[in-house]
Write a protein that binds this ligand. Sequence first.
Ligand code: NAD
Length: 263
Amino acid sequence: MAITVAVNGACGRMGSRVVALVCENKDLKLVSALERDGHPSLKKDIGAILGLGNLGVLLTTEIEGKADVLIDFSSPEALEKRIDNCVKKGVAMVIGTTGLLDSHHKKLQQASKSIPCLVSPNMSIGVNLVFDIVTQVSKALGEGFDIEIIETHHRFKKDAPSGTALRIAERICEATKRDMKTDVVYGRQGITGERPGKQIGIHAVRLGDTIGDHTVIFSNLGERIEINHRAHSRDTFVRGAIRAAKFIAGKPPGLYSMQDVLR
Ligand code: NAD
């Protein structure tokens, strides 16, 4: 039996590709396409809206019928509104939305006691490999190397720095006993003084239609290592989200990550 899927943010840049690729996948069945109150296309067929031909699923503001999994690429506020509903209906969640606050993470932690929730700021296989590589490299290099992270995204991105850049910094902090609160700076300006050895600088560039680039630089006084990831298409993330949806359907309640999917 196909896994039934609801898509939150179905008309967005990511959501629209999720709808398209879910419909191409024989193991999945789209049952609900969700958008915000007041969206101009509500009550129209999502397939017709996205130029895919009629799919028999209307754009709505609430989950229709029974969905096994909700795939969410929306906004932190929009996600927050869906959590209670998914808990009530027993719908597993795959969450790609970034810019989540501590309060959202707490709410998801609570929800994960009754439903499976998979949260990942980046669903691409390559970036999840980069998370492991930077952990390994930062441990191996030890002290004496400056670490900087540069991320570039399209001009429409609403949060900065990217969830991926933050996750990279978290992984380096865990691996090298740095502290996200005291050792990470977000850009620099003015008379900053010399760079403290443990500092990690994160820089957010916003450019045209760039889908998502991340570079992590490790440098001492004699050499430099650069680890680079570039997403060429949003479908890269969508394929990861679909893999995550298949993984999480039917799993026991709990908090999962892409590392669990790729293991
Ligand atoms: P977008 O603005 O194009 O799409 C968001 C959609 O959500 C819009 O269509 C909007 O109308 C809709 N929305 C707003 N309120 C809603 C509500 N209450 N209910 C349902 N839908 C609602 O943004 P995007 O570029 O598609 O990105 C969406 C999110 O996904 C961002 O947080 C982005 O950073 C993140 N993202 C994550 C990954 C990943 O791999 N995890 C990859 C790319 C983007």
